[in-house]
Design a binder for this molecule. Sequence first.
Ligand code: B12
Ligand code: SF4
Ligand code: SF4
Length: 319
Amino acid sequence: MNLKQQNTAFIKKSALALGFDLCGIARAHKLEEDAIRLEQWLNKGLHGSMQYMENYFELRIDPSRLVPGARSVITLIKNYYPSEQQKKDSPKISKYAFGKDYHEVIRNKLTRLIELMKINIGEIHGRGFVDSAPVLERTWAQRSGLGWIGKNGNLINKQGGSFYFIATLITDLELEYDDPFVKDYCGTCTRCIDACPTDAILPDKVIDGSKCISYFTIELKEMLIPAEMKGKFENWMFGCDICQDVCPWNRFSKPHNEVEFTPIPEILNLSTKEWEAMTQENFKKFFSNSAMSRAKWKGIQRNLKFLQQTQSEHPADFE
Ligand code: B12
Ligand code: SF4
Ligand code: SF4
């Protein structure tokens, strides 16, 4: 084994030991095709009021703008599929938010991985990212051989489905590269498109973010949810998993084994009435370490009111 192969093997082994499920590596380069897709997405306003998506365009398409001299983009994915389910009368919450905030959990693992690389490989430069940085994470995951981008826009892994977080580590270290995942196993299936209640899934794997329930319930700040969406949320209060729940590839999802993703009891157990009665103080107490804190107490109360209005006007839509 030459040094490059040894370093690559060390990184992949350490990633798994730290609790990541899969690790793939791509050569760092400018993302020319993705730049076009991203530009079109922004020009069509598919980001709605997520203005942060307009920022740092050049960084988003070029890893060397984030890490000078970048040679490799390491993608790490982590399963979050839970073994527990919410109670039937609970307002629905996306599975990714059941446990402790993944940003924090994964950031700690990335920091540790960089430390291990420095100790064992030498003076390298590297930065780890998860979700909130200007990095096209799904694209890098596909380019690192970890899966394909489904019609629902998600990265799907053939062995485990799509309930994975994606993290990226950009480094100036030269490594062995995986082949991109060139196949697409969606075939003629259209289940996600048919099931999306707000018609947010457009042709060619493009998602209209401004119509996604996840956007309305989490990202829309200090704003009312548009009236034309009434009756369409299928009781989703925080995020939406519909286009993943219906995906046949998620039959292969296996429960995660990450202790930090153990569900917060209130997420599984609280009824709609209990959520409606929750004070801001209690929201902070239960959810300060949860990804749900992004929507804030106010946002959750707005979402509940929206679901409630819908419920009284369309009683047939609910159990
Ligand atoms: C903005 C954002 C949103 C927005 C907009 C969604 C969107 N599709 O862009 C909203 C709030 C709606 C959202 C919702 C969700 N999100 Co989100 N989101 C992001 C974020 C921060 C940026 C995504 C982005 O750059 N969008 C711009 C568009 C243009 O890019 P894109 O969708 O990634 O698509 C690119 C590639 O797919 C590629 N591509 C498209 N077609 C093709 C075809 C080929 C052949 C190739 C090679 C490439 C390719 O081109 C696009 C541009 O390059 C990322 C984190 C990150 N930094 O990447 C998380 C991220 C994409 N979200 C994630 C998750 C989990 C979700 C939800 C499932 C959460 C939920 N349950 O409520 C939903 C799913 C909605 C959906 N069907 O996509 C995960 C996805 C994990 C996975 N397995 O794919 C990410 C990666 C966060 C993370 N670190 O884990 N999200
Ligand atoms: S997350 Fe829900 S609203 Fe968004 S695209 Fe998927 S099914 Fe549609
Ligand atoms: S539901 Fe079907 S079309 Fe949609 S992502 Fe899954 S396999 Fe692809």
